[in-house]
Ligand binder design. Structure first.
Ligand SMILES: Nc1ncnc2c1ncn2[C@@H]1O[C@H](COP(=O)(O)OP(=O)(O)OP(=O)(O)O)[C@@H](O)[C@H]1O
Ligand SMILES: [Mg+2]
Length: 343
């Protein structure tokens, strides 16, 4: 039986954005997350994909409470199995459970203080949360640093002395020292060279195996996503439009938006390159979204129903969810599993 570690229920987030040109005008409310609901299983890697601005980072931040959600629930199942209303945690309970969920970002340089030594950066959350002796902190920092592949004799140096890959290791060490059960990785390898990307991904996988860590892996690189995920969620304009196992998602996408995203995955066969679907039209404005299905203006399969009715996210196959009125009828093109893995 797969156990849930997180149940996200109808999570919404909106921002009030003021126009720079009309300062006297009332701010416009922009709905950035719209009824996001999904279950996360213990020990899995769930990737979140979707074009820039669709709300991936906002979702991650709302889950870890780096930002407050406008409404909705995040139910967290702690290691003893009890259900915790994560967004409402206060006082001692917050101290006890918030460390279980950590987040790492694309650009560790901006999230690592330039004036702190790497030792202090890694030790800081430990010191803030536990009463430990200096020798215990030393031992823990050294252990975590060597586990994440950092040279222990360089710990008194400052972040600028390290390469991008090393800095990402520092960020992972800082997250790992709290012994999290879930880590949200927001484009954690996107800024790195391909060979370094592979090293960091291997590190994340090793840590997952060793500590049964669950990952939410936010990425725009579908080749990486296909390689490392158990399941994938596709977001479009603040909504999850498809959610399925990696195999099912890539071989048989059920939403036209997913089909378009997948057609851009690099293919070793030059004949297939021609099949790339170019999405016509602009990315819709979240402040003024289209009626009905938000994807309809760019969808090759749209009908009047799509212009009028919002499709709900519903189960259209075994554990395969899609928000398209025609999910069962359309025969969409995916990528063969092996093909994309080689690319
Ligand atoms: N503090 C904020 N105030 C107003 N709008 C915001 C704020 N933060 C994010 N947004 C808007 O929310 C939407 C989603 O942003 P978000 O950063 O979550 O997207 P993303 O999917 O992570 O994009 P990317 O792939 O570029 O990282 C965007 O339209 C963005 O402009
Ligand atoms: Mg982002």
């Amino acid at each position: 039986m797969t156990k849930s570690i997180l149940d996200v229920v109808r999570l919404n987030k909106s921002f009030d954005v003021k126009s720079r040109k009309k300062l006297w005008a009332k701010p416009t409310r922009v709905q950035v997350l719209n009824d996001i609901t999904f279950q996360l299983f213990e020990g899995e890697t769930l990737s979140i994909v979707g074009e820039s601005g669709c709300g991936k980072t906002t979702l991650g931040r709302c889950i870890v409470r780096g930002m407050s959600a406008s409404s909705g629930e995040v139910n967290y199942y702690a290691s003893e199995g009890e259900r915790i209303d994560y967004l409402k945690l206060k006082g001692q309970d917050a101290k006890k459970y918030r460390k279980d969920i950590q987040m790492i970002f694309q650009d560790p340089y901006s999230s690592l203080s330039p004036r702190m030594s790497v030792y202090d950066i890694i030790a800081e959350p430990l010191i803030a949360n536990f009463k430990l002796r200096k020798s215990e902190i030393d031992d823990k920092v050294t252990e975590i640093a060597s586990q994440t592949g950092l040279n222990v004799s360089y710990l008194q140096r400052y972040p600028h002395a390290f390469s991008g890959g090393q800095r990402q290791r520092i960020a992972i060490a800082r997250a790992l020292i709290m012994q999290p059960r879930l880590i949200v990785c927001d484009e954690a390898v996107s800024a790195l060279d391909v060979s370094i990307q592979a090293q960091i991904i291997n590190l994340l996988k090793d840590l997952q195996e060793q500590y049964q860590i669950t990952y939410i892996f936010i990425s725009h690189d579908l080749s990486i996503v296909q390689n490392i995920s158990d399941r994938v969620a596709v977001m479009h304009l603040g909504r999850i439009v498809e959610l399925a196992s990696t195999e099912s998602m890539f071989s048989q996408p059920k939403h036209p938006y997913t089909e378009a995203l997948m057609s851009a995955v690099p293919q070793p066969d030059p004949e297939r390159k021609k099949d790339r679907i170019i999405l016509e039209g602009e990315v819709p404005n979240p402040a003024n979204p289209p009626s009905g299905c938000h994807f309809h203006p760019r969808c090759a399969y749209r009908t009047d129903k799509c212009v009028q009715q919002v499709p709900e996210l519903r189960e259209v196959g075994d554990g395969h969810f899609a928000a398209c009125h025609y999910a069962e009828e359309l025969n969409l093109r995916g990528v063969r599993h092996e093909e994309a893995k080689q690319a």
